[in-house]
Design a binder for this molecule. Sequence first.
Ligand code: TXA
Ligand code: MG
Length: 344
Amino acid sequence: MKTLVLPANLQSTAEKAANIIKIGELVAIPTETVYGLGADGLNPEAVAKIFVAKGRPQDNPLILHVAEAKDIEKFCHSIPAAAYALAEAFWPGPLTMVLPARDTVPKCTTAGLPTVAVRCPDNTVTRQIIRLAGVPIAAPSANLSGKPSTTTADHVLHDHDGKIEAVVDGGPCKIGVESTIVDLTEDRPRLLRPGGITPEQLLEVLGDLVVDKAVTAQIDKDAVVKAPGMKYKHYAPQAEVLIVSGSREKAAAYIRNHFAPGDRVLCFEEELPLYGGCSPLAYGKESDVQTLSAGLFAALRQLDDPNIGTVYARCPVGGGVAYAVQNRLKKAAAFRIIDGEAEV
Ligand code: TXA
Ligand code: MG
């Protein structure tokens, strides 16, 4: 199969991509967060192809992408007022809500759960594809299962060239980490995954928020969890990632002491001068966390090389979008963190 690259700015693209969705095939779609691997979310055979292409465990449900907030009523029931308030505040945008699923949603999309994750992405061509297809698009991040997410069309081709019908090239994703996920099916709203919509922003609308333990700690693969995806190894390059915390100078001293040939350093642009001879790779500016979220997965992909030993990584501190970057980097590191202040 020849995978078509459809430029997002061409008039014909939305219709071509929608037609592929309609016939039950796969198209990678750009969103403001990461590229998704899309299929007709109401067609079990089409959805099954996503699991095969990604090598995704069957018990990990997919997000249904809708073009308009009101469309969630077709796929969800018992929708609380909080869901409408969040949609009003943050859609289209990087927020996914987990709500009770209607029978219209096939079991393979929800992995058999009674709930479904829904999101209205902030991307004009992708919403147009959904409208023209006339169905919601089920789409996980387009990476092969376990690998860093895809934030450019080239990343998608690297993982799926010749195996999917098309990728819609909308350029690099602005946010670069996947959407924030909030579960609204319990008494209290629960944060299942941090993302571009920050806990602070959610609290402002919801007045209450529980942070799920899967956000802050490694979850056993046999555990029963709210977001099944959170227990799998994630975002990880082939090298072992080790986060080194602490001040710039102390962390650099620790890393330089332990650095061996074949290791790499993943750091902030501001830190590059500290790592001469340690082949540092900067993923953005510490002073501008948006550049870190936008650059993280591309950098982790660059480090996905069997010849690399240990990747010593620097992680931003604080809340807001930095919280999402910390979450992804800690998962890539399987929560291995060294305190550079203590161990020099
Ligand atoms: O930004 C994003 O959310 C991207 C773009 C393409 O929209 N999509 C994405 O999908 O990140 P994926 O499949 O890589 O991550 C979805 C996460 C998984 O951890 C999955 O377990 C969880 O959402 N999820 C899906 N349905 C759920 C449900 N009903 N209840 C709890 N968690 C759910
Ligand atoms: Mg993913």
